[in-house]
Write a protein that binds this ligand. Structure first.
Ligand SMILES: *Cc1c(COP(=O)(O)O)cnc(C)c1O
Length: 389
């Protein structure tokens, strides 16, 4: 029998979440963001479920090639654009739309030989200070691009740093929206501003006529990533259920040993957990070499949540490379006896029904769902599930 760890991608949840994002911005077209191998899910695995998207956004050219190999003929957007001049050859060959965020990329375009002009998204740095032209330099960049025969339509985009929460007491996005609108209001072209958090939190309210920058926000193209993968972009402010998002990735394994320990016994490396009284400990075939976060807490005061046979309990002791330990006492106290081979859900949906949101595990481990999804290790086998919950 293979080692009993399995990552399962839930296709119906992907379809549901994509439709959910669309509902939040019904007049916009939707880029399904599939960078980082579809947030760790696997581009080939999610593709069929997400093909109702209007386009796919990513940044790795090899991933764009994989999408074309799946016979996706629709739009693909390279979110960071070309990394060097010859990347533009692939853009021409595969008809990739690309972001232009710096002068060097315009230089490369101006020297690029192409029969078909490129569709580009000109990016503004409206305050995040990562990629893009400053508001002052934006118009000159647009004018330069607009004069190039290599360039077809120019769309305008920016990215929010604080869409998942407030910034300095304000709503997190209006300062950037205002900057963007002020610098672009008289420029033609489609707009793209919203990631998941902005789409769910702001696009609809703006459409309903509330908030500062109506047309800009819900306009043209939204770019949801994490919401498509069923995680609340603003957890713990909102729980995924509150956004009507469903988990798309389950990491599950099984009990491979059970230990009965007495008061004073320790569990795992460094003896970081010491039992206060008699308890049953389950040993699970999952460790940090599978992508489970080593810093997930397993102390007496707090333990990262897990589901054993669908019943919630917690991690005890340190996560090791291939194993971790969980407290079976609360499970058995609920009248659910535990045995070797029992299902343990590290995050996602239990075969017994209950869901453990990846957001909760991420928070316990001091990180975010994005990182956990992306970290599932290559040694973990994947399965697809297409059953409606
Ligand atoms: C990753 C990314 C997104 C998606 O962000 P989420 O928070 O996952 O919705 C959108 N736009 C850009 C430019 C990105 O890099």
């Amino acid at each position: 029998m293979p080692r009993p760890i399995l990552a399962t991608v839930h296709l119906s949840a992907l379809r549901h979440n994509l439709a959910r994002a669309r509902r939040a911005a019904p007049d916009a077209r939707v880029w399904a963001v599939v960078k980082a191998n579809a947030y760790g899910h696997g581009i080939e695995r999610v593709f069929g479920a997400l093909r109702a998207a209007d386009g796919f956004a990513l940044l790795d050219l090899a991933e764009a090639e994989r999408l074309r190999a799946l016979d996706w003929r629709g739009p693909i957007l390279l979110l960071e654009g070309a990394f060097e001049a010859r990347d533009l050859e692939l853009c021409s060959r595969l008809n990739l739309w690309h972001v232009v965020h710096c002068e060097a990329q315009i230089d490369w375009l101006s020297r690029h030989k192409t029969q078909v002009p490129h569709r580009v998204f000109l990016k503004m740095n409206s305050g995040m200070n990562r990629l893009g032209f400053t508001p002052d330099a934006f118009r000159a960049a647009w004018t330069r691009l607009n004069a190039l025969p290599q360039v077809d339509e120019i769309s305008l985009m920016t990215h929010f740093s604080d869409a998942d929460g407030p910034r300095f007491g304000a709503d997190g996005i209006s300062h950037q929206v205002q900057t963007f609108v002020a610098a672009t209001h008289d420029l033609p072209g489609e707009r793209s501003l919203c990631n998941s958090a902005a789409t769910l939190r702001h696009a609809l309210s703006v459409q309903l006529g509330q908030g500062a920058a109506a047309q800009a926000l819900a306009a043209d193209w939204v770019r949801p990533g994490i919401a498509v993968y069923g995680s609340a972009p603003d957890y713990p402010l909102h729980h995924p259920d509150e956004w009507d998002l469903r988990p798309t990735l389950t990491l599950a394994s099984r009990l491979i040993a059970i230990q009965d320990v007495r008061a004073g016994d320790s569990v795992g490396y460094g003896s970081s957990y010491v039992a206060a009284g008699p308890m049953r400990i389950g040993i699970v075939a999952c460790g940090y070499a599978d992508g489970y976060p080593r810093h997930a807490p397993g102390s007496t005061q707090e333990g990262a949540p897990v589901l054993v046979r669908g019943v919630r309990t917690r991690l005890v002791g340190r996560v090791s490379m291939d194993m971790l330990a969980v407290d079976l006492t609360p499970v058995e106290a609920q009248g659910v006896p535990c045995a070797l081979g029992d299902e343990v859900v590290l995050w996602g949906r239990s075969a017994h029904g209950p869901v453990l949101p990846i957001d909760e595990v991420a928070r316990a481990a001091g990180t975010i769902s994005y990182e956990l999804m992306c970290a599932v290790a290559p040694r973990v086998p994947f399965a697809l599930d297409d059953v409606e919950p």
